[in-house]
Design a protein around this ligand. Sequence first.
Ligand code: ADE
Length: 244
Amino acid sequence: MKISTIAVIMAMSEEAEPFIRAHGLQRADSVFDRQLPMDVFLGKVHGLDVSLVVCGKDPRFGVDSVGTQPATLSTYLAIERFKPDLLINAGTAGGFQAKGAEIGDVYVGSGCIRFHDRRIPLPGFEAYGVGSYPMPEFHQFAATLGLKRGIVSTGNSLDMAPEDLAMIQDNEGEVKEMEAAAIAWVADLYQVPLVALKSITDLVDSGRPTHEEFLENLSVASEALQAKLTAAIDYCACTDLSLA
Ligand code: ADE
């Protein structure tokens, strides 16, 4: 599979800032309808055309538009406008120390991507709620880039209710975050391949409040994310990702 254009979807401006700076990406104004909060940055990375869509500040609350709805809309807009050969969702996530995660590890979502907060016990709807969007195993890709591999599990809360934990366990989830399964849904509809890169800011089983760990480690994790995102794009420029 020849890749020449990549759309990167990121939820938070602080997650995106090191990547924008490292590659001198330029802000592009008026790409989408002016009512929309998404920010767009364009540039070349290792010779590939990269369009970065950051979900932007919520106009009502003035904070980054994290979570599944803005991620869904950003992905749709990116596909419509940029017709990418590949989508990369890059962001931060919670990990499990019981499964060997450490702060600053970067995971590639492998196997599948699932939801852990869509519990719909009606015939046929249970599987729809969980999603399970298939992803490659990425053995070679992960080994070359020094990434961990794991099932990404998505929900709309930073904290972890007992019901969510039970579902993450059922999902065999190793990486807990707030956008990837929504992005995978759109990628699947349009049949655009997706890579999810997730940098660990907090260990959800550490006993510490997640929001404290998240804020403490956001900057370190975002730098680690930019390094691996750059390496992933380099890999795509040189190697056939379908063999990953
Ligand atoms: N993003 C970073 N850490 C997270 C967590 N623990 N849960 C959901 N999203 C996150």
